[in-house]
Design a protein around this ligand. Structure first.
Ligand SMILES: Nc1ncnc2c1ncn2[C@@H]1O[C@H](COP(=O)(O)OP(=O)(O)OP(=O)(O)O)[C@@H](O)[C@H]1O
Ligand SMILES: [Mg+2]
Length: 367
């Protein structure tokens, strides 16, 4: 589920898959990029370029581009740093509408899009004229029943803002993709089945995605990220520099500490907002997906810079009753036994989206 109609019109289909491209994850506070090159000799990818560019305040808020010119400036900096022409860009979960529907089995492939267009209006608060959408057929459904399809919709305007900013910076977007779908490509093995919850715990927000048989089915966002943990810690501990707070989060976090006895309780109280939301989303999924085979969430995949929080996997596991682990973000690019990535483990969690976007340019390679 990565290509939106705007892009189909811009580029002929067969060749763009092979163009060297950079995965670009745009969030409210930063842009992260990754580019791989194939290494055919050992059937792995090599990390060619990576980086992180600050996005000034007032540029993007909750995924909404407030200032296209400022975003263009950030993307120009990306172009200077990478020399890139082709990019694969993430779209914010906050702005996505996802719904699931059924299509008669045997419907010719070229008719599916038209059939779905008719269903947009009843499922999302956008008129088909103002919407871009893409869809994915859910694998492994009962052959005797209709096809089940997951549809992702964005307001045309949302995509256009990202598209225009990229074009003004001299970049050509090959694809746009919801963050959680990109994360899934990086963090779940391609042959992985069943259902997984993805939790992207970032600086300003936490993104949630539910991926079933490799297809993104559901997304939502919580307005709590690492910044809120810092605010809560400062309210109790006084003005502590951010770097020190990061160390406290990552070395004490949710675990007991005789040296910092108050820290775990402060963090746990703030995390409660995220935990109760995760519980709600899990319940929602369980009650709506019961007709899908293999719908039980098998694992929670944690990523985003704030997933460095000490004790987070155990805390999530205890709260949701589902195994939780930090993501192995490089697993679909190369083996850590063969290559040592230049991005250290702690920083790597924040790159999950950019890695997934960059992998999309190498689908034939790693499938
Ligand atoms: N070792 C670390 N390296 C990088 N970030 C870390 C580390 N430990 C904790 N963090 C926290 O991770 C957060 C950044 O996470 P991430 O890069 O995923 O956010 P983002 O994508 O820029 O923001 P958004 O919330 O808008 O998606 C910061 O709050 C930072 O303090
Ligand atoms: Mg992010």
């Amino acid at each position: 589920m990565s290509l939106f109609t705007a892009v189909h019109r811009v580029l002929p289909v067969p060749n763009y898959l092979r163009l060297p491209s950079v995965g670009v994850d745009i969030s409210d506070s930063s842009l992260k990029y990754i580019q791989f090159t194939p290494d055919y000799s050992d059937h792995a990818l090599t990390l060619k370029q990576w980086g992180d560019i600050d996005i000034p305040e007032g540029t993007v808020a909750r995924g909404d581009v407030l200032d296209v010119e400022k975003l263009t400036g950030v993307l120009k900096e990306l172009k200077t740093q990478t020399g890139a022409t082709y990019v694969r860009v993430s779209l914010p979960e906050e702005r996505a509408y996802l719904f699931e529907t059924e299509i008669k089995r045997g419907t010719p492939y070229k008719e599916i899009r038209g059939a779905l267009e008719f269903r947009l209006e009843e499922n999302v608060p956008l008129s088909p004229r103002d919407a871009f959408f893409d869809y994915e057929i859910i694998a492994g459904t009962d052959e005797r029943k209709p096809l089940r399809v997951s549809v992702t919709v964005y307001a045309r305007e949302t995509i256009n803002e990202y598209y225009e900013a990229a074009r003004a910076a001299g970049l050509i977007p090959l694809s746009f993709e919801v963050e959680a779908a990109a994360i899934a490509r990086a963090t779940l093995p391609p042959a992985e089945h069943g259902t997984h919850m993805i939790v992207d715990f970032g600086q300003t927000r936490t993104g949630i995605g539910i991926v079933h048989q490799g297809t993104l089915m559901y997304t939502s966002t919580i307005d709590v990220g690492g910044a809120e943990l810092s605010t809560a810690l400062r309210a109790e501990l006084g003005s502590v520099p951010e770097a020190e707070l990061t160390t406290l989060k990552n070395t004490v976090g949710l675990t007991q500490s005789s040296e910092h006895p108050r820290v775990p309780a402060i963090i746990a109280a703030e995390m409660e907002k995220i935990m109760s939301e995760l519980q709600l989303r899990l319940q929602y999924w369980n009650s709506h997906a019961s007709s899908l085979a293999d719908h039980d969430v098998r694992s929670v995949v944690l990523c985003g810079g704030s997933s460095n929080l000490k004790g987070l996997p155990a805390h999530v596991e205890a709260t949701l009753g589902v195994p939780a682990a930090r993501a192995a973000v490089w697993q679909n690019a190369f083996s850590l036994d063969e290559a040592v990535p230049p991005i250290d483990l702690r920083h790597s969690y924040g790159y999950a989206t950019a890695i997934g976007l960059a992998l999309a340019g190498h689908i034939a390679f790693y499938d």
